[in-house]
Design a protein around this ligand. Structure first.
Ligand SMILES: NC(=O)c1ccc[n+]([C@@H]2O[C@H](COP(=O)([O-])OP(=O)(O)OC[C@H]3O[C@@H](n4cnc5c(N)ncnc54)[C@H](O)[C@@H]3O)[C@@H](O)[C@H]2O)c1
Length: 252
């Protein structure tokens, strides 16, 4: 099946690393006829990364914790293609901490990127989001939000990712009458830089994935496929859900 994103424009945050979920999602959307703005911090060279995907990708240096930066990324889409159909709020980071170890600075850093960033980029895109049925918001949460950690997430990360689920549901209710859907994905263990920097760098964790019902850790493409489903008309009657993509490692 091809062409699921034909004519559609997506703004995807945290898409600057070619090993990450955001980049895999941009690549898949473009393979399906879409166009994408790859947003990331300047240190990740999102413009260089976008150039590797051809004319249907542009890069935007964007810090999702800053409203003006989000607005500029959305404006880049409007200037280039005159529309925004989809926002994938994927930027994130975690820290390995116990509850007593989380400093106010740690809390602010993680919560600002994960939760505030999801709100700010959505607010920036909202006035432009298509209301013809193609409007879709896909928020990348985490299995940590559902099971209280266990892979990489410190407690503040779990809380922020759980906040993303509540925010997603509120968006689904508020935006549904405008023809805009909002859904979340809760990835389990996915092999990206994120996971390699986390405790899963322990080969034992990778080994443990063999005990999952599907017998392996996830790949960025597994999450990109879920994002494509939620962004496309395949999910035209789906809003407010949390789609777990975890190989069966947590079944609720
Ligand atoms: N890899 C996993 O196992 C896993 C599991 C559950 C959830 N997730 C979530 O998936 C998402 C993507 O993670 P990934 O695994 O691809 O890791 P990644 O580290 O490759 O991607 C995260 C991206 O977010 C960007 N980012 C961080 N702060 C930002 C900011 N202020 N503004 C803009 N961009 C910023 C980073 O530069 C990076 O490119 C994250 O939200 C993460 O929490 C990942």
């Amino acid at each position: 099946m091809t062409g699921l994103m034909e004519g559609r424009v997506a703004v995807i945050t945290g898409a600057g690393r070619d090993t990450g979920i955001g980049f895999a999602t941009a690549r898949l959307f473009i393979e399906h006829g879409g166009r994408a703005v790859l947003c990331d911090l300047p240190s990740e060279s999102p413009k260089d990364r976008a150039a590797t995907l051809g004319d249907n990708a542009i890069g935007a240096e964007c810090d999702v914790t800053d409203a003006a930066s989000c607005a500029a990324a959305v404006q880049a889409a409007m200037t280039a293609w005159g529309r925004v159909d989809c926002v994938v709020n994927n930027a994130g980071l975690t820290q390995r901490r116990k509850v007593a170890e989380v400093t106010p600075e740690d809390y602010d850093l993680v919560t600002n990127v994960v939760l505030r960033g999801t709100l700010l980029m959505t607010q920036a895109a909202l006035p432009h989001l298509s209301r013809d049925g193609s409007g879709s918001i896909v928020n990348v949460s985490s299995l940590s939000a559902l099971q209280g950690g266990g892979i990489f997430g410190g407690p503040h990360y779990c809380a922020a990712k759980a906040g993303v689920l509540g925010l997603t549901r509120a968006m689904a209710k508020e935006f549904g009458p405008d023809g805009i859907r909002a859904n979340a994905i809760a990835p389990g263990l996915i092999m990206t830089d994120f996971s390699r920097r986390g405790p899963s760098a322990d080969p034992g964790k990778i080994e443990a994935a063999k005990s999952y019902p599907l017998g392996r850790p996830g790949a960025p493409e597994d999450i990109a496929n879920a994002a494509l489903y939620l962004a496309s008309d395949l999910a035209s009657y789906v809003t407010g859900v949390t789609l777990s993509v975890n190989g069966g490692s947590f079944i609720a």
